[in-house]
Design a protein around this ligand. Structure first.
Ligand code: HEM
Length: 419
């Protein structure tokens, strides 16, 4: 058997943070292998990429999450006691809670809220010299997400909460500044949401039973108990905070529309689900979540290699989305590829792979796709704008990344409705 190649030198945590989206692909290239050994966070680590690797990674018999999420990420991005680090029955039970929030009606609600907020904002954009789409979308999605989650947000609070949610999403890049901002934001959000949960439980506020706020406040765990207030606050935050991540994809999508007039035309007509293919291709092609980690549950062999219990294994999500074995012309942006796509749950993993109910795949995937699609439809059909000279490059060493200018729009006008 061929041994798995190893990276040279010592612990690679720093290199991973500094090289960002380049880290995994460049080592795969250098070592000429989709699987390699390294050291991350002081631990022996196996990194792997591709559809087959993803299938193994999302096998609950082979992998667990306990101890796999690094502490700095728990302190900023996910929160302590979050679903991301749970296993087995406890995970399934908690996952059912999240998925019960995602009924078709509720997904439609979120889409409606986003379009309403966009409508209010775009009316204001008309009288402004320029608008930075990234910043505007952060506020729009904060307003819509809180409304959807049943979390009241006063006008005076909008800026603060937007900034916090944004800092939490940004924190996974792992630099000291990102950590500091993310940590501060998390503390503030947890306090805010814990106080609110207490009020709901005391019956001081009434909140509709279909909202995440209600669902989390009254959820009962396998042990027959309600979530403690802190875990409830963490969970409620995890039921809407991640929507802010969509801002990155929306900004990339706006850039793709701008750079390809043909795509813009097709989106405007939106025949045969084109906006759906476009949305999927934005999620496949542009970088957001670089990788996921899990630990080996019990020793097993795969591809002639030993996976020893408790070894940290990292799946290259971005590299899998662009893997040449699964995707033709993987490094080109081609929305039409989704026309006859075979729906592999392991080749297309921007939000994780496998099954939403059984595994850790993102609970908010359907919602995000709907929201992104609605925003792209809005940008092409409900407003017109100019895109002045600006720096649209994005740095793959930064995590998360986005076009540098944030996508500046000028001369925004609403399209007169023909209804
Ligand atoms: C998990 C990405 C939006 C809720 C995840 C995971 C990824 C991801 C990569 C981890 C998968 C794994 O552990 O293997 C994204 C991206 C988003 C997004 C890129 C938007 C651009 C959302 C939204 C929500 C959400 C809008 C909720 C409203 C969750 C939850 C989990 C999760 C609850 C944990 C699932 C579990 O551990 O079982 N997401 N997500 N996400 N996401 Fe998302």
């Amino acid at each position: 058997k061929t041994p798995i190649p190893k990276t040279k030198g010592f612990d690679k945590t720093k290199a991973l943070i500094q090289e960002g989206f380049h880290f995994l692909p460049s080592h795969r290239e250098e070592l000429q292998s989709d699987i390699f050994k390294t050291r991350i966070a002081g631990q022996k680590t196996i990194c792997m990429a591709g559809e087959e690797a993803a299938e193994v990674f999302y096998d609950n018999d082979k992998f667990k999450r306990k101890g796999a999420i690094p502490k700095p990420l728990r302190m900023t991005l996910t929160g302590e006691g979050a679903i991301h680090g749970m296993d087995g029955e406890a995970h399934k039970q908690r996952k059912r809670m999240f998925l019960s929030m995602m009924t078709p009606e509720r997904l439609e609600d979120m889409k409606k809220f986003v379009v309403e907020e966009l409508d209010t904002k775009s009316a204001q954009w008309e009288s402004r010299d320029k608008v930075i789409l990234f910043d505007e979308m952060e506020e729009i999605l904060t307003r819509a997400a809180c409304r959807w989650a049943g979390v009241p947000l006063s006008e005076g609070e909008v800026q603060q909460r937007t900034k916090e949610l944004s800092a939490m999403v940004d924190s996974f890049g792992g630099t000291p500044q990102q950590y500091k901002d993310g940590r501060k934001a998390r503390k503030s959000q947890e306090k805010w949401l814990a106080d609110y949960i207490k009020q709901i439980r005391k019956g001081k506020v009434e909140v509709p039973a279909y909202t995440p706020a209600y669902i989390v406040a009254h959820h009962v765990e396998a042990n027959g108990k309600k979530l403690d207030t802190k875990t409830a606050a963490v969970s409620l935050n995890n039921a809407f905070r991640p929507l802010l991540a969509a801002v990155h994809f929306i900004t990339f999508g706006a850039m793709a529309i701008h750079q390809n007039p043909e795509i813009e035309e097709k989106l405007r007509k939106d025949k045969n689900n084109y906006s759906q293919w476009f949305t999927q291709e934005v999620r496949r092609y542009f970088p957001f979540a670089p990788a996921m980690g899990a630990k080996v549950k019990n020793d097993f062999h795969w591809h002639g290699q030993d996976f020893k219990k408790n070894t940290l294994v990292i799946l290259d999500l971005f590299g899998t989305n662009r893997h040449p074995d699964s995707w033709e012309k993987a490094d080109e942006f081609i929305p039409e590829r989704f026309k006859d796509w075979k729906e592999s749950p392991f080749a297309f993993v921007p939000f994780g792979g496998g099954d939403h109910h059984i595994g850790h795949r993102c609970a908010g995937e359907w919602m995000t796709v709907m929201v992104m699609r609605a925003v792209f439809q809005y940008l092409t059909n409900k407003i017109t704008y100019r895109v002045p000279e600006q720096n649209l490059e994005y740095d793959l060493r930064r995590m998360p990344t986005m076009p540098k200018s944030g996508f500046v729009m000028t001369e925004v006008k609403k399209v007169e409705s023909s209804e």
